[in-house]
Design a binder for this molecule. Sequence first.
Ligand code: B12
Ligand code: SF4
Ligand code: SF4
Length: 309
Amino acid sequence: MHYMASHGLKRARPAELVPGTVSVITARMDYLPALIATPDGDWQSIEFSRLDRPTEAIVSVYARGRDYHKVMRNRLQKLAERIASHVGPLGSRAFTDSAPVLEAELAARSGQGWRGKHTLLLNREAGSMFFLGEIYVDLALPPSEPVTPHCGSCSACIDVCPTQAIIAPYRLDARRCISYLTIEHDGAIPLELRALIGNRIYGCDDCQLICPWNKFAQRSALPDFDERAGLTGQQLVTLFAWTESAFLHFTEGSAIRRIGYERWLRNIAVAMGNALRAGCDDGIRTALLARQADASDLLKEHILWALEQ
Ligand code: B12
Ligand code: SF4
Ligand code: SF4
């Protein structure tokens, strides 16, 4: 996440990032996989129940389908072309999590929703299970207005966070967030946080699963975000047994590939340690021992930790 500090005020001033920018068009793209939502709509309980099965691996919902960076940016680019076909020559650049852009803040100021106490953007009709993206344009557009916030006295996301990463309403200590620890962080996972990670091996959804507004989360209209076979409801031992080429195969076109094979195994080793701690084995100890010999130093240390649980 170093790029955030290194870009300074470019993050807050669109015209410094793309000279000539006069307006920013903000957009959201719903990603809740079509099949995850049951007829009674209680997809949140289904997701929470995975935490009660310590030998199962949890990949956070947004990462179960195709890499959203490509999907959303391509569509925003097409939208920009379509706008240009109506208004004439248009200077434009589409972003989604691809540049130093304060996406949640831009979305909030333009009325896509309000910032929840977990810091994500929330919408009354769509909860928070969507990605954000923008088109910077050199065209003056009438500004849209922000909406009123609707968190009220609720603090469910703060209370449920397993690592207490939401240190105050609207303030996140990223260093404690499981999403950061399992995706962005490339060294050893701090010892005091390992047990709190449970069986989450890629990202974390808890602060969104508990949020009452996510009853209204919209299913994705795109097959791109359908859950892939191999990434949902899998046993930790199954994923830990993947060779590097299996990892590359199953994560082709997925955002997960970015973390690489070593970090993937590191995360699974931590979850395996937590399953052992919960009294579940199901072949876990054997699988950990089998990987020990050819593991990198980083992975070996996490395997040893797991075996001690
Ligand atoms: C870094 C990052 C993370 C970090 C830190 C998250 C955070 N909340 O800061 C980590 C790795 C932990 C993370 C986790 C997740 N992330 Co993330 N993340 C980002 C990223 C790349 C940058 C966010 C950022 O700048 N944070 C830094 C803080 C300081 O900025 P801020 O809170 O937005 O803004 C504050 C200040 O900057 C200031 N400010 C605002 N404007 C201005 C202007 C001026 C002049 C000044 C001085 C100050 C100022 O006030 C703001 C409010 O306090 C964005 C994409 C993007 N480019 O924006 C995605 C993004 C926020 N993440 C996203 C998602 C989906 C997630 C996860 C849900 C993924 C998962 N399931 O595991 C989790 C959720 C964790 C959580 N509760 O936030 C989505 C959120 C969609 C939504 N509905 O809001 C985004 C928008 C990506 C996308 N394009 O869709 N993420
Ligand atoms: S994503 Fe998980 S760890 Fe991060 S703030 Fe939300 S609940 Fe806490
Ligand atoms: S859980 Fe409650 S406090 Fe947190 S974002 Fe949702 S409504 Fe707001």
